[in-house]
Design a protein around this ligand. Structure first.
Ligand code: HAM
Length: 427
């Protein structure tokens, strides 16, 4: 080891290396397959944006904008922020490029929030998500919620619940907030310490507070669901009835006010009962009917959700569900002790035939190379020593059989790709 101090990944961030990364491949590939089947195409936008995209998008008063954003000034004196979430950048790109609507995009993205790191809460986390822009058809709310629901089912998760609410649109919510403010003013002294100070600026947050003092106050107060305007109530009723047709089970949570200001009408969260309650949201989203305007576009309705990859993996672990790489393991490992570099062209041929192939380097001894072959997880070792080389042959050894020296055969070097392709089919 050198005596220079080594670096570590920043607090609240994680390196994802093999074998863990195989589980990420599995989640991302499964989600990509779902998104494709539901008509979504991949969108990739920059990991940093002008800070206004988030200030105007998620709301300057939101916790994320006030306390958690990574904001920096670059060498050209422009103020940027690392994205704390994936929706506002997609909306910014939608306005910039004006694609035809409905515009359906899926993404896999890191997100950065300066939070107190703990299990399931990180400063860099990753989200799989979708956004649709261009219609307020309730069928779309159902489609987006169902995509998430079926994705979680396909992963094998059982202990998750879908919570549903409607935040109304700007006008009916504003009327409701007046009622809520009146109620909170009358009970100010009964609120938790934090909300005694902040209830005026963001009264809806009090609904979300888990402190029993706030719960007791809001329980007696008005709920937004009882104060929706006729249109918002009708929209919510059709979302509910269409979900019921699909057997997508949900519970109504009138306290569900999500963390960003852009939400309107349908909002939802998926919680896992296998996780600690403070970090049990495996995904969440909703409709945003003003966000496009707020970012400078024409009035356009949108809806989407984001799902935390780290939280999904914790939920899979907690439910004891294995998640493996979709690519499977190595097929073969080439051990070459000829000193003639047979391995290089052999690996090239195997890989060209779609066979996952690894090999040893540095002309090490047979014993040393076999050790690496055993560790590689490959199903077969291909051995080429001086004897095989002289005969133009290769020894194929099954590394998964109990006594692998018993299960080996010699084949001509010219036959090896075809033989492995065949053997690979036999489970
Ligand atoms: P969000 O609820 O803030 O929504 O985040 C979505 C998901 O990301 C959460 O349900 C959780 O699984 C995961 N997550 C959030 N923060 C952290 C963290 N600090 N550490 C680990 N995982 C975390 C959004 O971001 C919205 N953009 C979702 C959306 C899309 N709404 C409409 N479209």
């Amino acid at each position: 080891m050198s005596d220079v101090t080594a670096f570590h990944a920043p607090i609240g961030t994680h390196d994802v290396l093999s074998p863990q990364s195989g589980r990420w491949e599995y989640l991302i590939a499964t989600f990509a397959g779902f998104a494709h089947r539901y008509g979504f195409a991949l969108a990739i936008t920059p990991v940093f944006e002008e800070v206004g995209v988030f200030h105007r998008g998620i709301g300057e008063q939101s916790d994320v904008a006030r306390k958690e954003m990574y904001v920096f000034t670059d060498r050209g004196e422009r103020t940027y922020a690392l994205r704390p979430e994936g929706t506002a950048p997609i909306v910014r790109a939608f306005i910039q490029h004006q694609p035809t609507t409905p515009f359906k995009a899926w993404y896999f993205t890191p997100a950065f929030r300066y939070e107190r790191p703990q299990a399931g809460r990180y400063r860099e986390h990753h989200q799989l998500g979708v956004e649709v822009l261009g219609t307020d058809d309730p069928s779309l709310d159902v489609e987006v919620v169902t995509l998430a629901y079926r994705f979680y089912q396909a992963l094998g998760l059982r202990q998750f619940r879908l919570q549903l609410n409607s935040m109304g649109h700007l006008e009916c919510r504003a009327a409701y907030v007046e009622l809520l403010l009146e109620h909170l003013a009358a009970h100010e002294s009964e609120l938790c310490d934090e909300h005694q100070k902040t209830w005026r600026e963001n009264p809806l947050r009090v609904l979300d507070c888990k402190n029993p003092a706030c719960v007791a106050v809001t329980e007696k107060g008005p709920m937004l669901l009882d104060h929706l305007c006729e249109d918002c109530a009708a929209h919510f009723a059709s979302v509910r009835s269409r979900l019921a047709v699909l057997d997508v089970t949900y519970e109504i949570n009138p306290r569900l006010v999500r963390g960003f200001d852009y939400y309107a009408r349908t909002t939802f969260e998926f919680v896992s009962d296998a996780l600690e309650s403070a970090q049990n949201a495996i995904g969440g989203g909703g409709r945003y009917d003003r966000l496009v305007e707020q970012l400078g576009g024409k009035p356009t309705s949108g809806i989407g959700f984001g799902s935390g990859v780290e939280r999904l993996l914790l939920a899979l672990d907690a439910e004891g569900i294995p998640a493996k790489s979709p690519f499977g393991e190595m097929d073969v490992f080439v051990v070459d002790t000829t000193g003639e570099d047979v391995a290089t062209p052999l690996c090239d041929q195997l890989r060209a035939a779609g066979i996952a192939t690894d090999r040893a380097y540095d002309a090490r001894s047979m014993k040393a190379q076999m050790k690496v072959a055993d560790k590689s997880g490959a199903r077969f070792a291909l051995l080429v020593g001086p004897e095989e080389y002289a005969l133009g042959e290769v020894t194929i050894r099954d590394l998964r059989s109990a006594d692998h020296s018993q299960v080996q055969r010699r084949v001509a070097l010219t036959e090896v790709v075809a033989t492995i392709a065949q053997l690979r089919q036999v489970k």
